[in-house]
Design a binder for this molecule. Sequence first.
Ligand SMILES: Cc1ncc(COP(=O)(O)O)c(C=O)c1O
Length: 374
Amino acid sequence: MALKETIATLSTPAFLVDLDRVEANTVRMHEKASRSGVHFRPHVKTHKTLEIARMQGRGEPLPITVSTLAEAEFFADGGFSDITYAVPISPEKLGRAASLQKRVGRLNLLLDSMETLAAIDSFCATEGVLFSVFLKVDSGYGRAGVDPRTPEALDLARALAGSPSVTFAGLLTHAGHSYSVSSREAMLQVAREEVEAVDRFASRLRESGVDGLVRSVGSTPTASVVDTFEDCDEVRPGNYVFYDAFQATVGSCTLAECAASVVTTVIGSYPSSGRLILDAGALALSKDSGPEHVAPGFGYGLLCDLRLRPLPMRIVSLSQEHGKVETHPGASVPVGTRLRVIPNHSCLTAALFDGYAVLRGEEVVDRWVPVRGW
Ligand SMILES: Cc1ncc(COP(=O)(O)O)c(C=O)c1O
């Protein structure tokens, strides 16, 4: 009988998923959404696997959020039939979206401009399709979305309500600015802003005769700190399945809830200068600089021993396949030593790997393959 694979025998670098922790994280958020009486539509871009998406719905093929059409097609093939593509649609993708829509029960698209609505109107006039569309609202992040306090936002919402090519499904926001704050109180304040942006805009629209819009919110910091979801209809957290070193440092989770890590091998050891080299570089960890605003010089992930106990060492720089670590001069860490890194941003790190090694304790019990590409 073949020997069981473990974190001690895997070829490194490898992306590890701790099954017990993912299960606990998925159950906790699902319960919070159920208890709050809101629809749960988690973002699956963090893990991009059918296995975790099924866990997020506790066995049911729940509504999901995706960030690429490749994800939407992959999850549709896997039996998920209610999908929100939560990146503003570019007009050249409308043909692909129309084909996908024929295969699923519901496909929601996202837009935040009159130009895109005009492109949809002209596409639908020739192709004879009807799209379900959310209006992207900026709740303070300053990335995409309309400012809900402006007359332009009201005009676009009215145009959506009056368009023959779309069903105006609702208002969608993502409070990405929750990643820039450094206290629980500030995160709770962002959570309020996130909900208020869509709730107030929905009320304004109701007064002008546009009714029945879904108020959709979601980011992991805000979804993690609130006790219940209020004044919204739908929540879409994504990162919470894995969490990561960033989320643990800013207070969205504990280190013990971090479910993703990279196992790496020491391939160079220079005790006189207190330096190590890992076989995990930027292509295994991503170059996300982590929670610099609360922990300057944090490094490119949290370096731990094989049991995920943080070590007094920092990953100070990354090149493509090398990770440079600083420790104290004289530290003896022999070449061949295996270590684990809790990544700064688990979504970006996971997306670098073709497959995940799934662990119960230290044993590999499964292999999961994420969808990749766009
Ligand atoms: C539109 C949208 N919804 C939801 C999410 C999920 O956010 P998080 O990963 O913080 O849970 C994201 C993440 O970028 C997003 O862009």
